[in-house]
Design a protein around this ligand. Structure first.
Ligand code: NAI
Length: 212
């Protein structure tokens, strides 16, 4: 059990937002921030901010608020952004390519070390500083490199075979853009599912309920 196991996922899920806002404030050379102001930016209550940050030991000083750079650093450590987890992308299509080209993996605790596809048009092409490799090289690549995570950008129907291989090689962490339910097959896997359509449906609901 890690020291942060008792912290609820809802708090953990707010931390990236704290981190993002604090990074912006830090870039603007803002020195200190009160829990009230931070709460306004976060769109939560000040007591929620204090409760959240108390889970990790406080960091604030009564009456002085929080040091922006210190709090940012603490959250960086809690989230583990100073790690360099080795990750690969499976699927170098629109999504895989966009992730490879636009995500600052190094700032987020990851190092992108490989990219795989099966399409002859994609294999051999360059993405970022990597050459896209064929899936037939995946097994050897997994054996030679101690990989920590895989980012799955392939159709649902293609996931199971690849997943079995990755799991066999000890990869337990997945950023899953496919609609395959990884946890129902491997319950010990650590999975973050991304479904952009869920956000859009929520937007649709909110539009329905706020307009007209
Ligand atoms: P795409 O068709 O541009 O790319 C898919 C790539 O996966 C292709 O290059 C294909 O050759 C490759 N591929 C197929 N089987 C493979 C295998 N076994 N191993 C390695 N590569 C393989 O599609 P796009 O737009 O990049 O989307 C990828 C997947 O993500 C789609 O299945 C789509 O449904 C899903 N998607 C999910 C979203 C989300 O919010 N979760 C949003 C958009 C797409």
């Amino acid at each position: 059990m890690s020291k942060n196991d008792s912290i609820s996922m809802s708090v953990i899920r707010r931390l990236p937002r704290y981190y993002r806002f604090l990074s912006e404030l830090d870039e603007q050379a803002v020195d200190r921030i009160s829990s009230t102001k931070l709460a306004q930016i976060m769109n939560v209550t000040a007591s929620q901010v204090r409760q959240d940050l108390n889970c990790f030991g406080g960091f604030g000083q009564q009456g002085y608020g929080y040091s922006v750079s210190q709090l940012k650093k603490e959250i960086e450590t809690i989230l583990g952004l100073n790690n360099s987890y080795k990750a690969i992308i499976i699927g170098a299509g629109n999504l895989g390519k966009a992730l490879a080209q636009h995500m600052s993996f190094e700032r987020l605790g990851f190092e992108l070390v490989g990219c795989f596809d099966i399409s002859p048009e994609k294999v051999g092409s360059d993405i970022r500083d990597l050459k896209v490799r064929h899936d037939s090289e995946l097994e050897a690549f997994c054996s030679e490199n101690k990989l920590d995570a895989a980012f799955l950008c392939i159709p649902k129907s293609a996931v199971e075979n690849v997943l079995d291989l990755l799991y066999r090689h000890g990869i337990r962490s997945y950023w899953n853009f496919s609609h395959f339910d990884i946890c129902s097959k491997y319950s010990d896997a650590v999975v973050e599912n991304v479904h952009l359509s869920d956000n859009l449906m929520t937007l649709c609901y909110r539009m329905n309920n706020s307009l007209g």
